[in-house]
Design a protein around this ligand. Structure first.
Ligand SMILES: C[S@@+](CC[C@H](N)C(=O)[O-])C[C@H]1O[C@@H](n2cnc3c(N)ncnc32)[C@H](O)[C@@H]1O
Length: 331
């Protein structure tokens, strides 16, 4: 176990070096207008996708739970820290600079109606694993009717309390202490389904990703959007998101992440596409621990954001899309 962990760390540090020299190469390549790295990345993704397509399908049963009791206990202990902008959740506060526009702009691309000042007016958004409502609130301020759900009751209480101070959110933002699978059992009616589901920094804490994907499909309207931000499963993510972030720089509390639960964009894309979604885009995200700011990056090696759309033409029995699908854009 120790030697595996140490080996992963060393590989991660080597990837870091390789990544910085690749970035230099990419910068030089993009200056010349030709990105060999991008072509290589697309080819690798295609190869990985076709390999994944041949992999054994996991069970589609939604009888499993997404809840890992250990994770719920961990977040229970942190519940009173959500709104400390410089505390344990500082990186999540800062991530709003990327994820709020990511959700907003992708939703607006699909909209014809414009609502100046409240661009998301008329849209129902479900924020799964909302915690203290760090992302739910800004989505409400953009005009969406946002429901935040989380299995940790104390987090939901804090979220409710915090949003109650803003009169602008009173009729737009609400919270429930429940799981996605509980909610999806109630949301079978088309008219109560959501235009978008957001799960930001959540899937790496779930017990069962397939149950999550199936339940997202159930609560979304056809053509609805699913937005996920999460951490890739690479040696580099082990070195930076766990060793550096938890043990060296204390950006997040120790034990927050379990590398085994991280998921690569390719694996996530495969899972979503076999459950009736079409992935539209995958974008790399990078956290700068010195400035405390996030930026978009070409590399998805550590953090990434994904946008998928629930397909209209899904075979309800198999959850599979009908017909050929175009490829997602990756950066
Ligand atoms: C890293 S926090 C992210 C919180 C919030 N999405 C944000 O970005 O500000 C992970 C959240 O996932 C929640 N969570 C854990 N297991 C969950 C599950 N099975 N279903 C939904 N949320 C879950 C935790 O309680 C916690 O609030």
């Amino acid at each position: 176990m120790y030697s595996n962990t140490f080996g992963r760390l060393m590989l991660g540090l080597r990837s870091l070096k390789a990544a910085s020299s690749c970035a230099a190469t990419r910068r030089a390549a993009s200056r010349s207008g030709f990105s060999r790295a991008a072509v290589w990345r697309q080819r690798t993704l295609r190869q990985q996708r076709s390999a994944c397509a041949g992999m054994q399908q996991t069970s589609r049963s939604a009888s499993h739970t997404t809840v890992d009791p250990g994770e719920v206990k961990r977040f229970q202990l942190l519940a009173n820290k959500w709104w400390d902008e410089e505390g344990d959740f500082a990186a999540l506060h800062a991530m709003n600079d990327l994820r709020v526009p990511f959700v907003r702009d992708n939703l607006l691309n699909a909209q014809t109606e414009r609502h100046p000042g409240k661009p998301l007016a008329g849209l129902r958004i479900l924020d799964v694993g909302c915690g203290g409502g760090l992302l739910t609130e800004p989505l409400g301020r953009l005009g969406a009717t946002a429901l935040g759900i989380d299995p940790v009751e104390d987090s939901v209480r804090i979220a409710r309390q915090h949003s109650s101070h803003d009169p602008d959110l009173r009729d737009r933002v609400s919270y429930r202490a429940c799981t996605l699978e509980e909610l999806s059992g109630e949301e079978e009616q088309t008219e109560t389904r959501f235009d978008a589901v957001v799960a930001s920094e959540v899937v790496e804490h779930l017990a069962d990703l397939e149950t999550f994907a199936i339940c997202c499909g159930r609560v979304l309207k056809p053509g609805g959007s699913l937005f996920i931000t999460t951490i890739n499963k690479t040696n580099l993510s082990y070195a930076l998101a766990i060793v550096a972030a938890e043990y060296l720089l204390h950006i997040v509390p120790r034990g927050t992440h379990d590398w085994e639960k991280f998921v690569s964009p390719v694996e996530l894309e495969r899972l979503l596409e076999s459950n009736g979604f079409l992935v539209q885009s995958v974008q790399g995200m990078l956290y700068n621990p010195i400035s405390g700011a996030w930026s978009w990056t070409n590399s998805t090696a550590i953090n990434y954001a994904l946008h998928a759309v629930k397909q209209d033409d899904v075979d309800e029995d198999s959850g599979s899309p009908l017909g050929d699908q175009p490829e997602a854009t990756h950066s």
